[in-house]
Design a protein around this ligand. Sequence first.
Ligand code: OSB
Ligand code: MG
Length: 369
Amino acid sequence: MTLRRVELVRVDLPLVRPFRTSYGTETHRDVLLVHMETDDDEGWGEVAAQAGPFYNEEFVDASAMVIERFAVPALAAADHLTAADVGPALARIKGYPAAKAGLEMALLDAELRASGTRLADRLGGVRDAVEVGVSVGMTGSVATLVEVVAGHVDEGYRRVKLKIEPGFDTEPVGAVRDAFPDLPLQVDANASYGPSDIEHLCALDAFGLLMVEQPFAADDLATHAALARQMATPVCLDESITSARAAAAAIDAGACSIVNLKVARVGGLLACASLHDLCRERSVPVWCGGMLESGVGRAANIALATLPGFTYPGDISATSRYFHRDVTEPFELTGSQLAVPTGPGLGVTVDEGALAELGGTRRDVLAPD
Ligand code: OSB
Ligand code: MG
């Protein structure tokens, strides 16, 4: 198809509660959406970079600039553009996986709407609902953390992820474990530990965790492998897995036995699907990570999590865990699952009225002639 128009839509969504991780506290989500019109249809994508360069190098202002100056001109120059061409067409641009993912997502949505196909079916999904969990930020006190977890358990979540960092680990995790002896529980350190913490991290084995996610720096496979040799709890990587090559290297190095897949970290849904295949061939389970996406990116995450290798619950929560009001129809829990939208493409509708009321801004980066 041919690109007719590409619009960047930006909207600031307040989070229902501040989200504190080892790299900072977020109170708002700086949502960047891509709206595309092709000669066949229209589509939406989400650029799920974070507001600052603290989770990884990318951040929303930079993603928007790269899309406008480099990525859209490269796509506009292509003749018969399909969603599968987006990755190769943008490979010359180093980094900016969230920007690339948002563009690919919008084109996929347009393509699939035109052919009446659901994204989950296009990707090879095998279920109509996905098991989900909730990622809980750090709190000022351990008592507050236990209360927040209790609230999520009441809502139906059956798997909880706790953010940890040096100084906020064994005590809060132990308190949550004491309060919920049978709750599937895991932790995520966002690269906040170093090689001298290996012994300390092994103390987390006492809590029967599903996994420990990304304790060390993204480029430090050796320390992750050393931890994996000593710790009983499985090691999962998030920030380190930037490509299929990175995943193969991490698995070969013994740095992880579980992989977190994120659309915005590996450059798109199609890259995630091939990473899923790679991990499956090596019998490495995967699960779908989240980046506090709006309904657009969350619809994509749900579709991805329908693939057969996604055997752990995803960080894909109901809308009410993130926002008072979203830019799409809300996602609601059924038990501990979210249903896959039934419509073609992403299967969600962006609410233009909500966008306007939320103060969304729009900018044409490719205007029709
Ligand atoms: O490390 O998994 C992470 C959110 C933003 C950036 C990084 C991470 C996260 C989360 C939240 O843990 C997952 C979600 O519910 O979207
Ligand atoms: Mg993580």
